[in-house]
Unconditional design. Structure first.
Length: 189
């Protein structure tokens, strides 16, 4: 019988919390944020994550979105229904978020940022089929899913970027949700 490995969080340097209305004065490209929002889509994401996550790990379903820091000025690569695009942390000024400091090398961080910027330049998008796949994935516990090339979700983009920093996930990046990132990096509300 195949023995399952004990879960080990991904190495990180630290996590800092920023309540709504506050933000850091310095940013490190290659770090990322996890957010908690009360909008309907955020609530649906948390509900879906709680369908799959049980026990003590359920605390990680608090998080419903993520974005990658790409500049010292707080620029981000983000993903929403419009696709992958460049934005700024001020877009998150009114909601709770935590910054995950990955502790990656400068070269690895550059690769993560380069990957995310490439995804934005390619106009990767998120479509109805991807949402259907995510719903199916959450309902089946990750056993059934599909994707269309050129589509991504916020947490999948972060996971793919963090792979360039040496992170190894126990799930495919296409299946990584914000709660999974929170669990891997041990980011509690």
């Amino acid at each position: 019988m195949k023995q399952q490995r004990e879960f080990q969080p991904v190495a990180r340097e630290g996590v800092t919390a920023w309540p709504a209305g506050d933000e850091p004065t310095a940013w490190v490209p290659g770090d990322f944020i996890l957010t908690h929002n009360t909008r309907l889509l955020s609530k649906l994401i948390r509900f879906g994550q709680r369908l799959r996550i049980h026990g003590d790990d359920r605390v990680f379903a608090h998080w419903s979105h993520s974005a990658l820091v790409i500049s010292e000025a707080g620029d981000l690569i983000d993903v929403d229904r419009r696709g992958v695009f460049r934005t700024h942390i001020r877009e998150y000024r009114d909601i709770e978020y935590k910054v995950v400091h990955t502790g990656a090398s400068a070269d690895d961080r550059r690769q993560a940022v380069d990957f995310a910027e490439w995804a934005a330049e390619q106009h990767h998008r998120i479509g109805a089929l991807l949402f259907a796949s995510i719903a199916l994935n959450l309902l089946t516990g990750g056993k059934v899913s599909f994707f269309v090339d050129g589509t991504t979700v916020c947490s999948g983009l972060i996971a793919r970027a963090q792979e360039r920093c040496g992170a190894i996930f126990h799930r495919s990046p296409t299946h990584i949700m914000p709660a999974d990132l929170a669990k891997y990096y041990d980011v509690r509300p």
